[in-house]
Each structure stands twice: as C-alpha cells, then as structure tokens.
Design a protein around this ligand. Structure first.
Ligand code: NCD
Length: 312
C-alpha cells in the first residue's frame, strides 16, 4: 500500500519521465524504480479516461510484441490509443516524421511511442517538445523498453527478484550485433547493473560504434558454458544490403545454439521474433530453460509502468 507521503503519486517515478529514447535517459533511481515497480506493483487496470490525451503508436516498421504490448499497456492504464503505420498514411506520400508528430499533436495525442527505420531520428522529434516520446526501436539505434523488460525478466528468474543479485551475472548476447538495437541498449544497461556482458558474433557482425564495447568473441563454444543467461538475436536481413547464403549457412553452423549445449541451470532468452533453425535450434521451442514467453509477459508490466511514468 502507498504510504501517506507517497500518496497519489505512488505510481509515478522518483522523477517523472518525459523521454525514453535511450537507456541513458534514465537516472539510476529511475532505472531502479522502473524495475522495482514492474516486478512488485505494475499498474492495475483503470477505467478509460477520455479527458486524457491519447497515446500515439507510430509504427513505421513491422512489429508484433512491442506494438501489442504497448497497446495493451495503454488500455490497462486507461488511455485511448491511435495506431499509425507507414502503409496507408501520408508517410507514403513523403511526409516527414516531425510533420506527422505536429499533426497528431494537434489532434490531442500527447504521448508518442515510435518505431522507425531511421537511426537517431527521434532526437529531432524530442527537439519539437510536443509531448512525451518512447523509442520503440529506431533502426540500428536503441530499443530501451526491450532491454528493460529483459532486465526485469533476468531479475525475476535469475536474481530471485533482487536486482543487486545480478552483480557479476554472466550474460552473453549472440547474433547479429552490428544491426541490433536491443544489443546496443544492453551495451549501455549491463555496466550500470554490474552485469558481466559478453557478445558473440561473426567478426563481420561485431558492433562498430558502441559507447563501450564489452568482451567480444567469435567462438561460441569457448564461452557458452560459462554464461548464466544467453540471449540470441536473429539476423536482421532488412538492415543488410544483401545476405550471402554462405554467410547465413556459416552462421547457423558456428553460432546456432542447441538445447544440448546449455547446462541445466542456464537460461535462454530472445527478444523475438525467433527464426527457429537459424539462431536457435527448434529443440528449444518447449524447453523449460527458455524465458522467451516470460519476456513477453514482462513486457506488458514494464510498458504499463513506463506509460504511467510518462502520464504527467
Ligand atoms: C526486436 C526489434 O524489433 O528490435 N524485436 C522486438 O522488438 N521484440 C528484435 C528484432 O527485430 O530482431
């Protein structure tokens, strides 16, 4: 129960959030607060409040989990949503993202959840000061809510609910790191929690421009058994000019993770969508060590907390 001091602001963060474009937008106390609330007190269902400004879900790239969990989270927190994708909108006629935002703002949309193929484009949207913005994935930039929901999943299933227990936890992220916005957000998140991050990929898919580069290896077999948690990523073909079939076959041969390779206590994660038979063997579909659907469940709580924090 909220105490008197916390009162009505119980659901709000220490400092209310306006922009979540990057993990770097969160102070340490906001980060801890988001994780704590997601795990212990995610918002309860509220009646729709038509007086509140709507949440605009602007998805200019395909999405299943992220879009629907934001939409469900908005419903839980009593907000109306409008959904916009590139197809069928004026984006197809060349309208810019900033013009789109200005127009939606004029239609009483106050919070924008945006996925775009253009890395870094949301900084320009922030400069408009039109409302709150959450980055739901910008090209090869960042995907902060995915990394946060992954973190909450690890806290719950590997840390017994306590974030402090993650100090020294060994997390490996394997796959197409160069083009992964999830991995880039993790590159910023892991050192703040004290998680020992190792990244595993072919040399050609090594990240190029991360602020801090964690330990990298192209030898999955050398490191896999030492990890507490391993996260696989799909090959992001849509962000490559071409994918040579030999490159793809080499990746499967040297990097695909199979159930036999993981120990009993090791945990498996993936942000989805999974390409079974490529980064992960289909033997994992029903494997109890897989947290993939637990991540999806956690996404709903985490995004409800984030939307409440923006709801000021
Ligand atoms: C990720 C994304 O879109 O960046 N997926 C997700 O949001 N659940 C990862 C991916 O597309 O591979």
């Amino acid at each position: 129960m909220p105490n008197k001091e916390q009162g009505a602001s119980f659901f709000f963060l220490v400092t209310a959030l306006k922009y979540l474009l990057s993990i770097s937008d969160l102070s340490d106390s906001q980060l801890k607060d988001i994780v704590g609330k997601t795990l212990s007190a995610p918002p309860k269902a509220r009646a729709l409040d038509p007086k509140k400004k709507a949440i605009g879900l602007i998805f200019l790239e395909p999405s299943t989990r992220t879009r629907i969990s934001f939409e469900r989270a908005a419903q839980i927190t009593g907000r109306q949503t409008i959904f916009m994708e590139a197809k069928g909108s004026s984006v197809e006629k060349g309208e810019s993202l900033t013009d789109t935002l200005k127009n939606l703002h004029a239609l009483n949309v106050g919070t924008f959840v945006i996925r775009t193929p253009w890395t870094g484009s949301l900084n320009e949207c922030r400069d408009l000061s039109l409302g709150s913005i959450v980055n739901a994935g910008d090209g090869t930039g960042e995907h902060p809510t995915q990394a946060l929901l992954d973190l909450c999943t690890i806290v719950k299933y590997a840390g017994g609910g306590r974030i402090e227990k993650l100090k020294g936890l060994k997390l490996g992220i394997m796959g197409d790191l160069r083009r992964s916005r999830v991995a880039r957000s993790w590159g910023l998140l892991a050192p703040r929690i004290g998680i020992d991050l190792t990244i595993i990929s072919p040399e050609a898919w090594k990240p190029l421009d991360w602020q801090k580069t964690p330990t990298w290896t192209d030898s999955k077999t050398k490191v896999l058994r030492d990890l507490d948690v391993v996260m696989a990523l799909r090959i992001q073909k849509e962000r490559m000019n071409t994918l040579d079939p030999n490159e793809s076959a080499d990746f499967v041969r040297s990097f695909q993770i199979t159930p036999e390779e993981l120990g009993k206590k090791q945990l498996l994660m993936h942000p989805g969508p999974v390409n079974w038979g490529t980064e992960l063997s289909s033997g994992f579909i029903e494997d109890p060590r897989s947290l993939i659907l637990r991540q999806v469940e956690m996404g709903l709580s985490l995004r409800s907390v984030v939307l409440e924090a923006l709801d000021v």
